[in-house]
Design a binder for this molecule. Structure first.
Ligand SMILES: Cc1cc2nc3c(=O)[nH]c(=O)nc-3n(C[C@H](O)[C@H](O)[C@H](O)COP(=O)(O)OP(=O)(O)OC[C@H]3O[C@@H](n4cnc5c(N)ncnc54)[C@H](O)[C@@H]3O)c2cc1C
Ligand code: FES
Ligand code: FES
Length: 671
């Protein structure tokens, strides 16, 4: 048995008051091909990131924001899709994945991809060769995001690459060299880019990462990635295979229950058994990246093993999505339907494009439709993009309860429904005749990617295209980010019925009506109400301009389509005198490869020593006169050891060069 937890015998599970036959009682999964059993002594909210770093002692996977926004923690995961049975290979933010959801998974961390002992992976080598690291803290996450991209789509384009790093934040290197490195793997990469990086990469010793002189180490250089290029696959490199069953019941030592059922029926059996105990469903668990959990729950119900919640079906009349289909899966399905069945589903291209503006690739891989709609249900003010476009499309949801009833309802009715002990099981999307429907959606946000909307909008209008786009029935005009309760621009919808969309008077009239019905709230730090009202009006104007560009004057034509950003490019020249090489010859940074492989050690990677103390610098953010510093609250914190103030620092109390070196202990002049 290849078990790494510092013990060989699996930890025993306390007796549970709940019982199902043939359930597993321990979470087992692989990291880099080694099997781990998750001890039930760990808290239920232990993340995969914490487990990788603290239990598996692999410090290459970093963390920073802990909310799915920075990408420092990205790892590649493989698991069997609960509905199709196919192996899914994708990147996830390990900071958001609860380790108890990893049952049966194979996880690859940056160490598993390549390292000094076995040779570095091409992705690691090219990032280093392109000078794509500075401090290197973001690099393992960048490498792993690229790894999953390549594994899931070996023919990806430069545009795909550039579009897939919205959730990987680099604070110091700059994105040009990072993107150059990764674009060199794209099917349409210019040969000069691929050659330049491959040349530098070839100069590096695949084992040591140092520039190879051809003879110095005496090692026979083979292709660096030969033994690891195949990647980790579920179970195939294990003496002791992972369990096949999805059905799981873990009783944690603090009495909490982690249950992974395989059917909707089992969810309700559990909900019946737990009485008044607090519970939470867990799907992708990305929700806590937006709204932190405010309490501990006694029972956790993992929905990731239920095939019904992850399946889809398509007819000519509509599409049925399992409630917990991921955003990534839905995006792929929508694009496919828009292409294969344009007569009924061309509008789904709009939905696919809109999903591309939600969060970032790893969050979309894990996050689900049902989770997103539930967040909207729990937090009315959440400017959910999924809610916006599903309501635009007239989608319905199916809600199941323990009596076996399944109720189909519109999204507004769903928001008003008590969801206690209920489960969303399906989402239904209708077909729309392409010949008579116009559909657009928009999202205005502070950045091009990975940000919530200031204002988002969706328009679906049935028209007679031959008679000036006459509106045939009440359209669906939805705005988010205005007021928690504002969904439909109902007066504008009423106004448009029977009017010609391409008529200038219609435009003036509807803008007038919309302006009157918009009353944005003012909640800091949201953008001002005036700005958001202006955005909403502009989006309606933009929609009308886009409907029939042939009727729009040249002056206004560019207002209709969304601006398309071309693939970026950049160039860097070195001033170098080739006559005196190797002096002043540019070479990859010495520590770049160990940064790209996670072997570089940072302060918080070093294990703590017995008796180690931690300190926090308390600073002020106000210009003020300090009359008194009160440490009484700090002293109450368990383990409090002591404090230092300016008085404890001898000499000039300054650590920076200042134009005004004298410092006053009482008057704060800089902050
Ligand atoms: C960095 C980041 C950026 C984001 N940006 C955007 C954005 O721009 N636009 C946007 O719209 N969203 C955004 N999101 C939200 C994201 O889409 C949601 O977090 C995700 O879809 C939630 O799905 P989940 O499966 O992870 O839900 P979970 O976190 O697992 O669950 C969330 C809630 O849903 C409940 N739930 C889940 N499934 C069901 C079900 N079948 N029946 C009943 N209850 C259920 C759970 O009990 C829980 O209360 C962002 C999230 C992150 C982390
Ligand atoms: S730590 Fe930032 S995304 Fe996980
Ligand atoms: S954060 Fe990217 S190299 Fe420093």
């Amino acid at each position: 048995m290849n078990v790494l937890m510092g013990f060989e015998d699996p930890p025993s599970s306390p007796q549970s008051e709940y019982f199902w036959e043939t359930v597993e009682t321990m979470v087992q999964f692989n990291i880099n091909g080694k099997k781990y059993i998750v001890p039930n002594s760990l808290p239920a909210d232990t993340s995969l990131n914490t487990f990788i770093r603290e239990n598996a002692h692999l410090k290459g996977t970093k963390f920073m924001c802990l909310e799915g926004g920075c990408g420092a923690c990205i790892v590649s995961v493989q698991f069997k899709h609960p509905s199709t049975g196919q192996i899914v290979n994708q990147s996830v933010n390990s900071c958001l994945v609860p380790v108890f959801t990893c049952h049966g998974w194979s996880v690859t961390t940056v160490e598993g991809l390549g390292n000094k002992a076995h040779g570095y992976h091409k992705i690691q080598q090219r990032l280093a060769a392109a000078s794509g690291t500075q401090c290197g803290y973001c690099s393992p996450g960048m490498v792993m995001n690229m790894n999953s991209l390549l594994e899931s789509n070996p023919t990806l384009t430069m545009k795909d690459v550039e579009n897939s790093f919205g959730g990987n934040i680099c604070r110091c290197t700059g994105y040009r060299p990072i993107l150059d490195a990764f674009k060199s793997f794209a099917s349409d990469a210019p040969p000069e880019l691929t050659k330049k990086l491959a040349d530098i990469e070839d100069m590096m010793c695949p084992k040591s990462g140092k520039i190879c002189t051809g003879s110095s180490c005496g090692q026979k250089c083979g292709p660096a990635t030969e033994e690891i290029d195949g990647g980790w696959t579920v179970c195939n490199n294990l003496d002791d295979p992972l369990p096949n069953s999805n059905n799981l019941l873990v009783t944690l030592q603090d009495g909490l229950i982690w249950r992974k059922p395989t059917s909707v029926k089992e969810v309700f059996e559990l909900l019946d058994q737990i009485g008044d105990k607090s519970y939470r469903m867990v799907a992708g668990n990305t929700g806590p990246g937006v709204y932190r959990l405010d309490r501990d729950y006694e029972v956790l119900i993992d929905l990731n093993g239920i095939a019904e919640l992850h399946s889809t079906s398509v007819t000519d009349n509509g599409v049925v999505l399992g409630a917990n289909i991921s955003l990534t899966e839905a995006m792929a399905l929508f694009y496919k339907l828009a292409k294969d069945k344009p007569n009924q589903y061309s509008y789904m291209k709009v939905l696919g494009d809109h999903i591309d503006l939600i969060a970032n690739v790893p969050v979309r891989n894990a996050g689900t439709f049902g989770g997103n709609l539930s967040m909207k249900h729990q937090h009315e003010e959440f400017p959910s993009d999924i809610f916006l476009f599903l309501e635009m499309a007239g989608a319905t949801v199916v809600i199941a309860d323990s009596s076996g009833m399944q109720n189909e309802m519109g999204l507004l009715e769903y928001l008003a429904t008590d969801m206690n002990k209920k489960l969303m099981v399906k989402i239904n999307l209708p077909a729309y005749d392409d010949a008579s429907h116009v559909c657009r959606s928009f999202k205005i946000m502070p950045r091009a990617q990975n940000a919530h909307a200031y204002v988002n909008a969706g328009f679906l209008v049935k028209v007679d295209k031959k008679s000036g786009y006459k509106v045939l029935e009440k359209p669906r005009i939805i705005f988010g980010g205005i007021q928690p309760k504002f969904v439909h621009a109902s007066n504008s919808e009423d106004f448009l019925v029977g009017k010609k969309l391409t008529d200038e008077n219609t435009l003036k009239g509807v803008l007038n009506v919309l302006e009157k019905e918009l009353d944005p709230d003012y909640i800091l730090p949201d953008a001002s109400p005036e700005y958001r009202r202006g955005l909403a009006l502009s989006l309606l104007y933009k929609f009308v301009l886009s409907v029939d560009p042939s009727k729009v004057s040249d002056k206004n034509k560019s207002g209709g389509p969304l601006m398309q950003r071309p693939v970026s490019s950049g160039k860097q020249d070195f001033d170098t005198d080739r006559n005196i090489w190797p002096l002043n010859k540019p070479i990859p940074k010495i520590e770049a490869l160990i940064q790209c492989s996670g072997e570089a050690e940072y302060c918080n990677d070093i294990p703590s020593f017995p008796g180690q103390l931690w300190a926090q610098i308390a600073v002020t953010d106000r210009l003020a006169t300090v009359s008194k510093i009160d440490f009484s609250e700090a002293k109450k914190v368990p383990g409090f050891w002591g404090y230092y103030t300016a008085k404890d620092i001898p000499g000039v109390n300054s650590f920076i060069q200042s134009p005004n070196p004298e410092r006053h202990e009482k008057v704060i002049k800089y902050y």
